[in-house]
Design a protein around this ligand. Sequence first.
Ligand code: SAM
Length: 408
Amino acid sequence: MTTLRPMDTETPTPARVDALREQMIAELRELKAIRTEAVENAVRAVPRHLFMPEVSLEKAYASEYSLTTVRNEQGVSLSSVSASRIQAFMLEQADIRPGMRVLEVGSGGYNAALIAELVGESGEVITIDIDPVVIDRARSLLPAAGYGHVQALVVDGEEGEPQHAPYDRIVVTVEAADLAPAWVDQLAENGRIVVPLRLRGLSWSVALQREQDHLVARDFEVCGFVPMRGAGARDMELVILHDGEGEEVGLRLDGEQVDAGQLREALSKPRTEAWSGVTLGLGLPYDDLELWLVSTLPEFALLAATRAARDRGVVASWSRRGVATLLDSSSGSFAYLTMRPTSPERTLFEFGAIAHGPEAAKVADRLIAEIQAWGRDHQGQQPELRARPAEAPGEASFRFTISWPDKR
Ligand SMILES: C[S@@+](CC[C@H](N)C(=O)[O-])C[C@H]1O[C@@H](n2cnc3c(N)ncnc32)[C@H](O)[C@@H]1O
């Protein structure tokens, strides 16, 4: 495991810190990550650079910069101080008020200090992490920045922290493939859990509240977090479909079963293309399309590829995280989401499907039909996520369903 060393630099002037912090706040407002005075004031109050002594002031106050603080032997990030954009929008989702008792699962220091500002002197903040290195760091940085009253404890977040429960808010800052039953048990009656929830491989930060016997979320924000370790860890599987001189292509699977040999064979054969007529302006987000596909495709995976694999024509688009893919395991076929410019100016892009395998045309048509249903009836809509305790004893504790408003 590797950790960081503090930078050996001059003490920054307060004026320089203030200028950079105001610039970050303006950016976060522009990005709609900050939406309320309360979160803005918290971001203004906490000296973020004191929680990132290893990097320059400019990096500490860059709205999209996250600092990895612990890596494993393979270089994979195990802990980080998250980007302020993500922290701000999760705190907006959490709607933390003065006097509340808040549990943060996954620590770092800075976000706990923001929460301490939001709850004020009458509130209470407990931050927990599975990693003693992270808690040691938080225990030295929090008091130095004036937040010595925040309690930082080494605990596997899967257990929550029963000693201080019930919590008005539980803010989970590590990717979860399920809800830990302890979080729900330790939540106050009108409490709220904000969590980066991984649904079929893709993560959304959702704000869950109790409604009768289940929990409901109506606010989804795309996000990326380090995955949960410990008792709640649910690792994704990577099945390699093509490999050679930097041209890796693989399927990232979140519980789906596949015949890797069949799919490898399929990718080695010519592709079938189909186009939807559904278009999107350059650079615009389409995470609601991905959420639509996550909630409607019967078998789902993410096709991840390197740029070299795209450049050499093995795949049509490249992404390390992976693009939404419809699997048809009965025939060993699959179709993945792609885009093409509609004109040489490249201002508008059309969604399409690239398919391989014996039933390529059928699978491509199915993916196109879902893209068209989204474009026609659901683009820009927010669905509802319901989390119900699983009925059958199995690996997952909760069953998630996503429902969309009626057709427009
Ligand atoms: C993205 S970091 C948290 C960022 C932090 N909240 C901040 O202020 O920026 C995610 C943290 O979750 C921790 N973690 C992973 N699995 C955990 C678990 N089961 N329980 C508690 N913490 C866990 C990691 O050690 C890591 O420090």
